[in-house]
Design a protein around this ligand. Structure first.
Ligand SMILES: [Zn+2]
Length: 426
């Protein structure tokens, strides 16, 4: 674990082309292994009517067929390697949270799991966490519990303080009670969960004691989470983008706050519709190759998210930048001219209103309903101010209507959707 940290410390400063050269060295091993040992990939090229695949290089890799989530669901067993290099250790089974349909079972090797832990440890080190403190998390779990240490990420390398956790699908008021009682120094959860928790604390006029920082992971956090955390609790947010299938994908730069792709473990592509790479500022499909999972190789896996490719970071790290996670295709808005785009849904217009949660539902190319949760109705003046702010962030004069609701429903364990389109995709 410490040897990996030592190597990460050096590799993060490599030039982008050097990083890419190292990734392709590993990719050749992975693809050679996958074609020899994994039934699914044996036929992968034939299925895509590609009969020759001489060598792995930047051009040929772009022709490697995309692995869809449906492939994972339908061909789970066929994606398992018949044999795996013994040094990679045994199989580690996991499953996705089922946020976008049926949960998918998938495997990695002990080595693949080690890399994921190592990148989580890197995040702790980047953010300067004090391992002696108490670590709290709100996560997918059956129950709330505690442990004497922080778990597999630090076990064996750092002596730590205790950790506590509570279930993600627990009621927000009970999560808040738990937070007030446990008083962890760090709190990790999905961005939308942290956002709801802060609003619940404001509504009750209480504030957690001893909290030092928030860590968000998984999906796109609400745009106003950072400012809300600063204002309400006086703590920073460290943002990470991750998925159960592959672990940490991008982590917040310790100096500039941008998301750095974790290139030592994953080759992350952001692709235009025609399959070419997005330039900085463009939004495209996120496609991921796990360079160390030889147990169930994920080669060019389309994870379902869209992200904006970013320009290199001023910190000097060669790790590529994602400017932002745009969300899933269901987050796309469409305007009257038929142009589809990812709206920035949350702006500061909400900060001085009673609204604690909101969701946008687009019903027609001109009409968007804003469902919101609040202890009272909005005044006409508040509605007008929010509407004016939304026209600016959406950059389109939609007809915004407001509906106060008791709660915004979602499936258990599902990710929260900011924006839902009821318009069929063209
Ligand atoms: Zn940076």
């Amino acid at each position: 674990m410490l040897a990996l940290q030592f190597q990460f410390d050096r590799s993060q400063w490599l030039a982008p082309e050097q990083l890419l050269a190292h990734q392709f060295e590993q990719l050749r091993l992975l693809i050679g292994h996958a074609r020899a040992q994994v039934p699914f990939y044996r036929d992968h090229m034939q299925r895509a009517l590609m009969f020759s695949f001489a060598g792995v290089n930047a051009a040929s890799f772009k022709r490697w067929p995309i692995l869809k989530r449906a492939d994972l669901q339908q061909s789970g067993q066929a994606l398992l390697a018949r044999t795996c290099p013994p040094e990679h250790g045994g199989l580690v089974w996991q499953k996705t949270s089922g946020s976008t349909g049926e949960p998918v079972r998938f495997a990695t090797s002990a080595l693949g799991a080690l890399f994921q832990d190592a990148l989580n440890l890197r995040a702790h080190l980047w953010y300067g966490l004090d391992f002696r403190r108490k670590f709290g998390s709100i996560r997918i779990s059956e129950l709330s519990a505690h442990a004497d240490d922080w778990g597999s990420v630090t076990r064996g390398t750092f002596a730590t303080g205790p950790s506590v956790w509570i279930a993600l699908n627990e009621d927000v008021d009970r999560q808040l009670d738990w937070l007030l009682r446990e008083q962890p120094a760090y709190l990790m959860s999905r961005g939308h969960t942290l956002h709801s928790l802060i609003h619940a604390s404001l509504a009750r006029g209480v504030r957690p004691v001893g909290l030092v920082a928030l860590l968000s992971y998984a999906d796109k956090p609400p745009d106003d989470l950072r400012i809300l955390a600063e204002r309400a609790w006086g703590v920073p947010v460290f943002d990470g983008y991750s998925a159960n299938e592959v672990g940490p994908i991008a982590l917040q730069c310790p100096e500039h706050g941008k998301l750095h792709v974790q290139s030592e473990n994953l080759l992350v592509e952001v692709l235009r519709e025609d399959g070419s790479d997005c330039a900085p500022g463009e939004i495209g499909r996120v496609v991921i190759t796990d360079l160390h999972n030889f147990a169930m190789p994920m080669i060019r896996y389309e994870i379902g998210d869209y992200a904006e490719a970013g320009a290199p970071c001023a910190c000097g790290r060669g790790l590529p930048v994602l400017a932002r996670i745009a969300g899933r295709a269901t987050h796309m808005a469409v305007d009257a001219a038929g142009r589809r785009f990812w709206p920035l849904t949350n702006s500061q217009v909400w900060l001085d209103t009673p609204v604690t949660k909101r969701q946008f539902v687009q019903h027609s190319p001109t009409q968007i309903e804003v469902k919101f949760v609040a202890p009272r109705d909005l005044t006409a003046e508040e509605e007008e101010r929010i509407r004016a702010g939304l026209v600016v962030t959406f950059r389109t004069p939609f007809d915004f209507s407001f509906t106060r609701v008791a709660a915004i429903e979602r499936a258990p364990g599902a990710k929260f959707e900011d924006f839902i389109s009821r318009i069929p995709a063209a």
